[in-house]
Design a protein around this ligand. Structure first.
Ligand SMILES: Nc1ncnc2c1ncn2[C@@H]1O[C@H](COP(=O)(O)OP(=O)(O)OP(=O)(O)O)[C@@H](O)[C@H]1O
Length: 274
């Protein structure tokens, strides 16, 4: 279904993604983890054709994605929706109009210019918002919503494109643990119920383990781990992050933890440091 072969992107002397290869034979939820600068965003941006590759092949359902041009490229980009850490909504525009923007790629230019949306699109936008539990906010300005709600609006906008793949670039990095969980559950449900492939760059190991079927670990542009969440042990994570024996998973955790347990850990750490 998806074949990535020796995919490489160089920026001058810096190789951001270095000969990355893997293949996926069915729609899955895939987490890409790795330290800052490992090449995760560059990989997603190449997949969506926001960034050109320097070398290599990326095929989806047999099509060579990297050579698509013009309308075919735009069609691919609409089939491969992207969501970002900062949501990228139009803050002063109402929620439903933000969602309807997701359908622009599939609509004639004239309607777009006059903000005329077919009634079916409007109903579909409301249905998608309802599915994500935020239909009650449809008429509000996007900026009036919490971060977690805004990210769900961004997911709704992506779903308006009816994409085969959703690429999520650190979708929960700006969210508190509770909202992070709601957003990850929404992405997981979209995969489970619609059969869409989801590829998410994640900063936190526990999130990758909990929500993904497969985890890819990147370090300095290279894929250094490709396996199941069960295979992602602390030792493997240490290698991916290039960390020493003092590597703590807590530093990459967004788990909603029992406050008493957190306090106990903090007291223990304070005792160690005095
Ligand atoms: N447009 C660009 N021009 C020059 N260098 C770039 C550009 N985009 C990315 N890089 C470099 O490529 C490398 C990989 O960056 P990338 O953003 O893909 O990493 P990342 O794993 O997504 O990091 P983060 O988790 O911090 O977002 C970094 O060294 C970065 O500085």
């Amino acid at each position: 279904m998806l074949v990535v072969d020796k995919l490489t992107r160089r920026f001058g002397a810096n190789t951001a993604v270095d000969s990355a290869s893997f293949s996926v034979d069915r729609p899955m939820m895939i987490g890409i983890i790795g330290a800052s600068g490992a090449g995760k965003s560059t990989f997603l941006r190449m997949m969506n054709r926001l960034t050109d590759a320097s070398e290599g092949v990326l095929r989806f359902e047999g099509r060579d994605v990297l050579t698509l041009k013009g309308r075919d490229k735009r069609r691919w980009q609409s089939n491969c929706a992207m969501i970002f850490q900062q949501f990228n909504l139009v803050p002063r525009m109402d929620v439903v109009s933000n969602v309807l923007h997701g359908a622009l790629a599939r609509r004639p230019v004239i309607g777009t210019l006059f903000n005329l949306y077919p009634r079916d699109d409007i109903h579909r936008a409301i249905d998608i918002l309802d599915r994500l539990g935020i239909a009650g906010h449809a008429a509000k300005r996007a900026e009036a919503l919490s971060g977690g709600q805004q990210q769900r609006v961004a997911i709704a906008r992506a779903l308006m494109q009816d994409p085969k793949v959703i690429l999520a670039d650190e979708p929960i990095a700006s969210l508190d643990p509770m909202n992070a969980q709601i957003v990850m559950e929404a992405l997981r449900r979209i995969h489970d119920e619609d059969g869409r492939m989801v590829i998410a760059n994640l900063h936190t190991l526990d999130t990758a383990r909990r929500y993904c079927d497969r985890v890819i670990g990147m370090r300095l542009g290279r894929i250094v781990f490709d396996g199941t969440p069960e295979q992602l042990t602390t030792g493997v994570a240490r290698d991916i992050y290039g960390a020493g024996a003092d590597f703590s998973e807590d530093a990459t955790s967004t788990e909603i933890r029992d406050p008493a347990a957190v306090a106990r850990t903090e007291i223990r750490q304070a005792r160690v440091s005095v």
